[in-house]
Design a protein around this ligand. Structure first.
Ligand SMILES: Cc1cc2nc3c(=O)[nH]c(=O)nc-3n(C[C@H](O)[C@H](O)[C@H](O)COP(=O)(O)O)c2cc1C
Length: 247
């Protein structure tokens, strides 16, 4: 089992320390990647990755994205900077834009880690969760630490992550909001970019109710599926009327 842990602080400070603490508790081969050691340029917004599946920038992003693709699990971390993730992490996330369109990490476990002087711990962890869910990942816990706190990482912090890694076929319960977000991604994939639709068809996501096998209550599934159909029709009409296709 191979775990990739990403530190997005510009220093090996508190976030790195917490990440190291998490990694030391895991019974797996783990690698901490300090993003600051890599060449990561800003996204140019050219949409080439979306339309042609190829980024025009030559830097270390492909290497880093492959590291995540090849890992069995991911630990993603950030310090809180001005109520948000670090600029370095945001720059990294912007460059993964094609993963929102063509999610490649279906059901792969992810653990989220953040540190702060005091504010925004919850919102930053929630933001990171939103991003990794859109990549198709299975969120398996959040570890947040204020700098005034003394607490060490404990078994409970990492048990869900370990369980998911050990039992890849275990089904988690997914609620309405996540089911609906999946439907939004699907509706876009169906109607806007040709290679997205091909990808969603090839990976059988087009007919799926979620990125991977889950448990969900029937009413939520019904609401999400109906919403998905409605949204897909609306986007389809809009794209046709305004020639919005990004092919
Ligand atoms: C540029 C910058 C912005 C920060 N913004 C916030 C903030 O909005 N709220 C907060 O509580 N702490 C803030 N902090 C404190 C950091 O979140 C905290 O010190 C964190 O543990 C630093 O992690 P590091 O040692 O891994 O770099 C900020 C620190 C820096 C350097």
């Amino acid at each position: 089992m191979r775990i990739v842990a990403i530190n997005s602080s510009m220093r090996k400070g508190r976030t790195y320390e917490l990440l190291n603490n998490v990694v030391s508790k895991l019974p797996y081969d783990s690698e901490i990647i300090n993003l600051k050691d890599y060449n990561i340029k800003f996204c140019l917004g050219c949409e080439n990755c979306l339309k042609r599946d190829k980024c025009v920038i030559n830097d270390d992003m492909e290497f880093l994205m492959n590291k995540i693709l090849e890992a069995d699990g991911l630990i993603l971390s950030s310090p809180v900077y001005i109520e948000n993730v670090s600029g370095l992490l945001k720059t990294f996330l912007d460059r993964t834009c094609k993963w929102y369109h063509r999610p490649p990490l279906l059901g792969k476990p992810v653990l989220l880690v953040a540190t702060t002087a005091g504010s925004a711990l919850k919102s930053v962890l929630n933001y990171m969760e939103k991003v990794v869910i859109s990549w198709g990942m299975k969120p398996c816990g959040k570890i947040g630490k204020k700098i005034s706190e003394k607490r060490e990482v404990n078994e409970r912090d990492i048990e869900k992550f370990i369980k998911a890694l050990e039992n890849p076929n275990s089904r988690e319960y997914v609620g309405l909001i996540r089911l609906m977000r999946f439907q939004v991604q699907k509706a876009m994939a169906k109607n806007v970019i040709k290679i997205d639709k091909e990808y969603w068809r090839r990976t059988r996501l087009l007919e799926a109710r979620y990125f991977y096998e889950i448990k969900a209550d029937p009413l939520s599934q019904l609401i999400a599926a109906s919403f998905g159909k409605f949204l897909s029709n609306k986007i389809g009409e809009n794209v046709a009327q305004n020639s919005l296709n990004l092919d």
